[in-house]
Design a protein around this ligand. Sequence first.
Ligand SMILES: NC(=O)c1ccc[n+]([C@@H]2O[C@H](COP(=O)([O-])OP(=O)(O)OC[C@H]3O[C@@H](n4cnc5c(N)ncnc54)[C@H](OP(=O)(O)O)[C@@H]3O)[C@@H](O)[C@H]2O)c1
Length: 265
Amino acid sequence: MPETFLITGGSSGIGLALAHHAAKAGHRLILAALPGQELEDAERSFRASYPGIDLHLCPTDLTRPKGPDEVYAFTQSRHLDVDVLVNNAGVGTWGRLHTLDPEKEVKMIELNILALYKLTRLYLTPMQERQAGHILFIASIAAFQPNPYMATYGATKAFVRSFGLALYHELKDQGSAVRVTTVCPPAIPTAFQRVAGMERSALFSGWLASDVASVAAAVWKGYQQKSPQVIPSRLLSFLQPFIRLLPESWSIWMARRTLRQNLPE
Ligand SMILES: NC(=O)c1ccc[n+]([C@@H]2O[C@H](COP(=O)([O-])OP(=O)(O)OC[C@H]3O[C@@H](n4cnc5c(N)ncnc54)[C@H](OP(=O)(O)O)[C@@H]3O)[C@@H](O)[C@H]2O)c1
């Protein structure tokens, strides 16, 4: 049975790769991302690869306070019941906190936290009424510990992971049929790296780094299996229970060690 997927940030990286999984499986797609070349290219490639695809583009800047409401109004105006909401759009910042542009960081908080919160609230109610639906939250491995030199980004992702897992347990307690999956990807070289100014960061070539195709395949499997949490890295999934037994200062030291390499002045 085809489902309707709303993927924020579906024009690039993880969101785009997930959209391909959904399109291949014959689902309807709504891609909400910044207006521009990326979204137009994504549309062209979907229409060429999947003739007859039911595809809707919703160009929007989700950092605008009305952005999430406009996405909701867009789906309402087209009578689209969203079955799967993928809260994926997100950006990062890297550097010593006092050197980072506060405006850029506030925009990141608006996108990574506020837009995700608002969209979840807007779509959760109809999902609860229909007793059907699935919400995916794309957090990060940065959510597991404080991250010196990515202090604000890491904190936004800690919010996402905590919020997603808490919502999973709330809905489970209520016996709700609405599913929640929280995803914690490792570093992968996507446009994220450039947008965050992390071209020289050691993070994307380190032992934990992965690639977008493997991450999207793991997320897709997690969606199909309705897993509460997906860590799309075999090594990290295996190590995570042991890492959690170590003092937090150890994981902070590991993050700090990697993130301060090649740090911009
Ligand atoms: N890459 C990594 O290492 C990594 C690791 C862990 C977690 N994550 C998380 O994974 C998610 C996806 O990241 P990615 O690596 O796939 O990055 P990406 O390739 O840069 O994709 C980000 C997507 O978000 C969209 N977007 C950015 N700002 C937006 C805004 N203001 N309003 C609406 N859409 C906006 C982008 O649209 P445009 O294409 O038009 O710019 C793009 O579609 C993010 O939440 C990120 O934090 C990434």
